[in-house]
Design a protein around this ligand. Structure first.
Ligand SMILES: NC(=O)c1ccc[n+]([C@@H]2O[C@H](COP(=O)([O-])OP(=O)(O)OC[C@H]3O[C@@H](n4cnc5c(N)ncnc54)[C@H](OP(=O)(O)O)[C@@H]3O)[C@@H](O)[C@H]2O)c1
Length: 320
């Protein structure tokens, strides 16, 4: 019997690469979409175990519907990961962020309907959960909390707006078209370098990266929502495979104040510089992953994630 065939969009990205690795290790045949198949930045994919016979790369862009149809044909499942994750200010947020995130997601979903895909897992983010000024300050945020789109637009939080809009449109599309859509909403994923790991890298170099627009004095003692990318990949597989999974799943292992994170890092690496002189506490991001844990999700100790992250930065020469 042929193994299950699953398409992963944006397969060469940080998060998707870990998902592809996990799927291959479980015996899945993976269709991975990339924008430039010949590029060196995708070389790691072909080195994954079983990739030579179970991974097929397709050239596809989120805004090119036909390319998505070709990549998804024959798949029973789709893990939609591809989305711009901006590391700097956007000059044209509609074109650079909202179009690929929202129109791109709709294109993926339409291609899924055409291929009669059984389940789509949309990789959303806590970005689509946390930015809601109407949510009571003392209440932990769960899956019923959605970022407020008007507020995100007014405050020019384009990434948050795009993830919220795309996730809500994905559920709406699923309902209207009888497509089974599940979302996983990870926090900031750590283990090797991408934008969120860059936050940690700068952190251990004593530099604070401000994520949100607006002026901030000093280093606010923010709450970070952290998950190891390997645990997030496990969550995606769980959401994909468990027949009972439905709706959205916040995927965060630790809600930690960055001051406490700095202390933890100092205790693990006493000689390492680290961010210090924190200002006021800001617990806005506090979320719970209880629903995902009820589905069977477990996660690593924070120390393991931090040690492996620092090890990978050192190996890559980023802490020299
Ligand atoms: N990293 C985190 O901490 C975090 C946390 C929560 C949620 N997420 C979500 O996880 C997903 C992946 O994030 P990441 O950190 O892995 O970012 P990443 O490494 O930058 O990967 C983004 C991927 O999206 C692809 N992409 C962007 N625009 C595209 C387009 N128009 N057509 C086709 N592909 C396109 C990129 O393809 P190319 O290789 O061709 O550039 C790349 O593979 C995103 O949906 C993000 O919102 C990430």
């Amino acid at each position: 019997m042929e193994k299950k065939r699953v398409c992963v969009t944006g397969a060469g990205g940080f998060v998707a690469s870990w998902i592809v690795k996990l799927l291959l290790s479980k015996g899945y045949i993976v269709h991975g979409t990339v924008r430039d198949p010949g590029e060196e930045k995708y070389a790691h994919l072909n080195k994954l175990e079983r990739a030579s016979y179970n991974l097929k790369l397709f050239k596809a862009d989120l805004l090119d519907y036909g390319s998505l149809v070709s990549a998804i044909a024959g798949c029973t499942g789709v893990i939609h990961v591809a989305c711009p994750v901006p590391t700097s200010t956007l000059s044209n947020p509609e074109v650079e962020m909202l179009e690929p995130a929202v129109t791109g997601t709709l294109n993926v979903l339409r291609a899924c309907s055409e291929a009669k895909v059984k389940r789509v897992v949309y990789i959303s983010s806590t970005a689509a959960v946390v930015k809601n000024p109407k949510w009571p300050e003392d209440r932990v945020k769960d899956e019923t909390c959605w970022s407020d789109r008007e507020y995100c637009r007014a405050t020019e939080n384009w990434y948050l707006l795009a993830k919220t809009e795309a996730e809500s449109i994905a559920f709406e599309y699923g309902k209207q078209n009888g497509l089974d859509v599940v979302a996983v909403n990870p926090g900031w994923m750590q283990s090797i370098l991408n934008f969120s790991t860059l936050l940690l890298l700068k952190f251990v170099k004593g530099v604070y990266i401000q994520i949100e627009p607006g002026d901030v004095d000093g280093v606010p003692n923010k709450l970070w929502v952290v998950v190891d990318v390997r645990d997030a990949a496990d969550a995606v597989l769980l959401a994909f495979e468990k027949p009972e999974s439905e709706g959205r799943y916040i995927c965060v292992a630790y809600n930690i104040m960055i001051k406490d994170l700095a202390e933890k890092l100092k205790s693990l690496y006493p000689d390492q510089t680290c961010l210090e002189n924190f200002g006021e506490d800001d617990r806005e991001y506090c979320v719970t992953s209880e629903k995902l844990q009820k589905l069977g999700w477990t996660y690593r100790q924070l120390e393991e994630t931090l040690v492996d992250s620092i090890k990978s930065y050192k190996k890559a020469g980023l802490l020299d």
